[in-house]
Design a binder for this molecule. Structure first.
Ligand code: NAD
Length: 383
């Protein structure tokens, strides 16, 4: 291998509640076959139920201490590094992780200053060619599934229509707000469990998908399209959101479960459920706010807490739902990372071709600069 094999390091995730790991034995095996030397920090897979021995049997070394950080050419992570972790990375090395750059400007500054090339998993373009690298989608889908399962566990009722010897139980009513990747999986899961599902979104394009999954689309008076760029939603004005809340209120008041997933990339999540709306919900109803990390779709949700109203409606805001299914979340994330790495690898090293759309869009820092324009602009504003 010219210049020796690139060293890959997979550290333990240290941030609280992060149970995932960025490589699994299946992907490590492929990295080794591609020509990388792979080191896994002792215990890195333990929360995802992967023992060290499973990694070792694929040709990886199990390591401890800070040295592997300093020596690595490529570090694979799930959660954003701390500033301290970022400062350990050697000049010219590459980091692959979710970075949430707008919330972690200090980390981004450290990475750029340290001449680290950062591939931010949330920046993978939503194009067909990059679908198998799309970690936002793989994790959102799992989160949508888990949100429904969690709601079903919390709810003191059945989801399906049941005709029993003791009489009939009507199906649970589930309202899902935001039918992106997470919302669509939530619809499918709630339908599988037998609930009646109603859905609100501002992109007309999703209506067909909602209906094909068996959901009912709540029509909104759209004077202008909610379609933004890259298939995402755009930020709607306060007048629209007020009107939307008026229409959705009666659906929410009749619901057993409300799951909110609405997000606008790089912006605070829109408020879809006000306190007034939640107070109209029935006792025992459950709200799962999946946008709690970006400010929340529900005025009453609190990050990683369960809030109970005076009438007994519960609002649950879990910031990291994929981490509640660490085994599959890690497997899918690790495959997304592997696809990206093998896409960029030439003879056991990563090559960055700025004419390539995936490379250009995913790079956050490169050669000492913040190359992702929106983040660079935020940093200028902050500095
Ligand atoms: P997201 O997490 O940014 O948002 C979730 C949903 O919330 C979106 O459907 C959005 O329209 C909706 N929303 C925003 N404001 C709202 C409001 N006021 N009321 C109701 N809903 C609101 O979205 P996402 O899941 O990351 O993906 C969005 C879309 O991107 C997908 O549905 C798809 O069209 C596209 N996409 C394409 C690819 C690909 O081609 N490879 C992959 C993934 C996603």
């Amino acid at each position: 291998m010219p210049g020796g094999m690139a060293k890959v390091f997979v550290p333990c995730e240290k941030s609280s509640g992060e149970t995932r790991v960025a490589a699994v034995p299946e992907t490590v095996k492929k990295l080794v076959e591609t020509g990388f030397t792979v080191s896994i920090e002792k215990g890195a897979g333990s929360n995802a139920h992967i023992p060290d021995e499973s990694y070792e049997s694929t040709g990886a070394a199990i390591v401890e201490g800070d040295v592997p950080w300093f020596e690595a050419d490529l570090v694979l992570k799930v959660a954003p590094p701390t500033v301290e972790e970022a400062s350990r990375l050697k000049k010219g090395s590459t980091l692959v992780a979710f970075i949430a750059p707008h919330r972690n400007l200090e980390v981004v500054e450290k990475l750029a200053g340290g001449e680290v090339s950062t591939l931010a998993m949330e920046l993978i373009p939503r194009i067909t060619k990059a679908q198998s690298m799309d970690a936002l989608s793989s994790q959102a889908s799992l989160a949508g599934y888990k949100a429904v399962v969690l709601a079903a566990t919390k709810l003191g009722r059945y989801f399906p229509l049941l005709m029993t010897a003791a009489g009939t139980i009507p199906p649970a009513k589930v309202v899902i707000m935001g039918a992106g990747v997470a919302g669509l999986q939530a619809i499918a899961t709630a339908k599988r469990l037998g609930a009646v599902v109603e859905v609100s979104d501002i992109r007309e394009a999703v209506k067909e998908q909602v209906v094909s999954l068996g959901g009912r689309f709540i029509e909104l008076p759209m004077k202008e399209s909610g379609e933004g760029s890259g298939g995402y939603a755009r930020e709607m004005g306060e007048d629209f959101l007020t009107k939307q809340r008026e229409i959705v209120t009666k659906h929410v008041a009749a619901a057993d479960v409300v799951i909110t997933t609405a997000q606008i990339p790089g912006k605070k999540a829109p408020v879809l459920l006000t306190r007034e709306m939640v107070e109209k919900m029935r006792p025992g109803a459950v709200v799962i706010d999946m946008a709690v990390e970006s400010g929340g779709n529900c005025e009453m949700s609190r990050m990683d807490e369960e809030v109970t109203t005076a009438r007994g409606t519960r609002i649950i805001g879990i910031s990291n739902l994929p981490a509640t299914a660490p085994d599959d979340a890690s497997l899918l994330y690790a495959r997304n990372v592997l696809t990206l790495v093998t896409y960029l690898a030439k003879e056991g090293k990563l090559v960055f071709d700025m004419n390539d759309e995936i490379t250009r869009e995913t790079l956050l820092t490169h050669e000492g600069r913040v190359v992702h324009e929106p983040t660079a602009a935020l940093m200028k504003g902050a500095g």
